[in-house]
Write a protein that binds this ligand. Structure first.
Ligand SMILES: C[S@@+](CC[C@H](N)C(=O)[O-])C[C@H]1O[C@@H](n2cnc3c(N)ncnc32)[C@H](O)[C@@H]1O
Length: 221
């Protein structure tokens, strides 16, 4: 049995996914007020994101169940001990990754979120899931919180914060990524520059779209 598929984590995730389905982005007045073009433009812009995500503080914006299972499997199969996550929200992806660390025998997951009420909810969920001891939540803009004090080596990086910042965050942590490190980027299609960089082996990655949401990349050099 695994930490992911047993209590307390499994029923907690069932509840969180059910609640998330009711609070889906489509029901948010902030998102409903944007045309598709405006939304895409925003996701590609490097300004205004703090205010925008502040207005979405009650929306989990979570990964899919399939991506959650994939994250757990990748972290287990790579025997990850050090994981970094950009974009905590309510901690749904964090719970999957922390469960893998537990089943790998321990480790550390650094995750970062700038919305304080989301940090409080994530902390609550990680405590209820019994994995808070494996997680350090850094509160603030990832451009600052991931600038220093990173582990020497990171085996798995999850990019799931503001899409326009994926390359900036990658640049901050890239010196800690070793050959074999996996980088998972959710909804990376909103950042074509990111996808182009990862799909060019000359830049040190092999990369492929995976499932409907993910760009999965392997550090090769
Ligand atoms: C898509 S949600 C993350 C969902 C989460 N990974 C999950 O599956 O449960 C993105 C989150 O990143 C946060 N965020 C966006 N840009 C950020 C930044 N520059 N620094 C810190 N947090 C950021 C937002 O507030 C939001 O909660």
């Amino acid at each position: 049995m695994t930490t992911l598929t047993t209590a307390p984590l499994a029923p907690l995730l069932n509840r969180l996914f059910e609640e998330a389905a009711k609070a889906s982005p489509q029901t948010s007045p902030v998102l409903a007020s944007l045309s598709e073009d405006e939304f895409t433009r925003f996701l590609r812009s490097k300004t205004g994101y703090l205010d925008f995500y502040g207005q979405l503080k009650d929306v989990p914006l979570e990964i899919s169940r399939e991506t959650g299972t994939l994250l757990y499997m990748l972290a287990r199969s790579s025997r990850a001990r050090n994981i970094v996550e950009f974009g905590t929200s309510f901690g749904i992806s964090t719970l999957h990754l922390a469960a893998a660390l537990r089943d790998n025998g321990g480790g550390k997951l650094i995750t970062t979120e700038f919305e304080p009420s989301k940090v409080a909810r994530a902390r609550e969920n990680l405590t209820a899931g019994g994995v808070i001891d494996l997680v350090e939540i850094r509160v603030g803009d990832a451009l600052e919180t991931l600038r220093n004090n990173l582990p020497e080596s990171i085996e798995l990086l999850l990019l799931d914060g503001h899409k326009a910042l994926y390359l900036d965050i990658l640049n901050l942590v890239e010196s800690r990524l070793r050959p074999g490190t996996l980088v998972v980027a959710d909804n990376a299609d909103f950042n074509p520059e990111y996808v182009a960089r990862m799909r060019s082996p000359a830049n040190g990655y092999l990369s492929t779209p995976f499932g409907s949401d993910v760009e999965l990349s392997l550090r090769i050099g």
